[in-house]
Design a binder for this molecule. Structure first.
Ligand SMILES: [Mg+2]
Length: 286
C-alpha cells in the first residue's frame, strides 16, 4: 500500500466518482463525525458522483440516500441498488416570478432484483439457519439490523459481540456446506443466496444508472473501504483507498487497497477526500 501523497494528479482529475464503504470507513464504530460528513460535501463540490456501498440493510440505504449528499446507495453487499427518482412537477401549477412550485421530495427506488415474495421466502430460510448457528455458537447473536434487510441475514460477530475467529470460520464452513454464501465485514457475518458482491453490485448500478462502460468504470470511480467485504472492490477498481484500520484486515484481503490513509475510519476518510479534492483543484491540503 502506498501513502496518499503518491496518488497521481491525473488519476484524481480523471475520476467521475467515489464509492465508499460505511462501517469503520466513513463511520467510527457506527457514528458519523462532522469531519467525515463534511468530506462528502467537499468531494461533491469537485464534481464527483458519490455512491455509498455497504453491507448494511436496504432500509438504511434508503434513509442515507434521502438525507446525505449521495447520488446512489448500494446496500446488503451489492444485492440492492437504490437511486433517486425525481418528483413529478405538479400539473398546471404555475408561478409568477418566484421559485417554481415544489413538486415534493424525490422518491427512492430499488433497481431490478427479485420480487418481494421470492425474497421473503429466501430470507425466511436464511433466518432459520442463522438462528441455528447462534444457538450452537453462543458468543454470536443475530444482528440488530435484520428487520430492515430484504436479501440477507446478519450475525453479529463484532458490533456488540466479540466472537472468536475460530467460531466465525466454523460457522462459515458449515454454511458453505449448506450452499449459503457468507461475507464478512468488521461487524457482521452475512448469509445470502444472492450472487452479488460490492464489485458486481456497483458495476451493475454504474452501467444501468450512469451509462458507464464496465471496463472504463474501473478507472473512473475510486473505492474507499476497510475490511473483508471490500476486498472484491479493492480487486476490481484501479484507484482504491483504505482507511488506516484496513491494516488489521489485510490477512483476509486477497488484494489490499492501493493507497492507505494515515488515520483510521472517519478521519482517514476525510484525509482521503481532502487529498482527492486538492488534486482536483478544489481543496486545501493541510
Ligand atoms: Mg467496513
Amino acid at each position: 500500500m502506498e501513502p496518499l501523497s503518491l496518488l497521481p494528479h491525473d488519476a484524481a482529475r480523471a475520476l467521475a466518482g467515489v464509492i465508499f464503504d460505511l462501517d469503520d470507513t466513513v463511520l467510527d464504530h457506527g457514528a458519523l463525525t462532522e469531519a467525515a460528513y463534511g468530506a462528502l460535501f467537499r468531494l461533491r463540490e469537485t464534481g464527483l458522483t458519490l455512491i455509498a456501498c455497504t453491507g448494511r440493510p436496504a432500509g438504511w440505504g434508503e434513509v442515507i440516500l434521502r438525507q446525505w449528499p449521495l447520488d446512489a446507495a448500494i446496500a446488503e453487499n451489492g444485492a440492492v441498488a437504490l437511486v433517486r427518482e425525481a418528483a413529478t412537477p405538479v400539473a398546471g401549477a404555475g408561478h409568477r416570478g418566484g421559485p417554481p412550485p415544489s413538486a415534493g421530495a424525490d422518491r427512492i427506488v430499488a433497481l431490478g432484483g427479485l420480487d418481494r415474495d421470492t425474497r421473503r421466502a429466501r430470507r425466511a430460510e436464511l433466518v432459520e439457519l442463522a438462528e441455528a448457528m447462534v444457538r450452537r455458537f453462543p458468543a454470536a447473536a443475530l444482528a440488530d439490523d435484520n428487520d430492515q434487510r430484504v436479501t440477507d441475514v446478519t450475525i453479529d460477530i463484532g458490533e456488540h459481540r466479540r466472537v472468536p475467529s475460530d467460531d466465525v470460520a466454523r460457522m462459515r464452513a458449515e454454511l458453505r456446506d449448506r450452499g449459503v454464501r457468507t461475507l464478512l465485514s468488521s461487524v457482521h457475518l452475512h448469509l445470502t443466496r444472492d450472487p452479488s458482491d460490492k464489485a458486481t453490485g456497483v458495476v451493475r448500478l454504474l452501467s444501468a444508472r450512469f451509462g458507464e462502460d464496465p471496463t472504463r468504470a474501473r478507472y473512473r470511480y475510486a473505492f474507499v473501504g476497510d475490511s473483508g467485504n471490500d476486498g472484491v472492490a479493492f480487486a476490481a477498481f484501479a484507484w482504491t483507498f483504505g482507511v488506516s484500520n484496513v491494516r488489521a484486515h489485510l490477512g483476509k484481503l486477497s488484494v489490499p487497497p492501493r493507497f492507505v490513509a494515515s488515520h483510521p475510519m472517519g478521519r482517514g476518510f476525510a484525509e482521503i477526500a481532502r487529498r482527492i479534492a486538492a488534486l482536483r483543484g478544489n481543496g486545501v491540503e493541510p
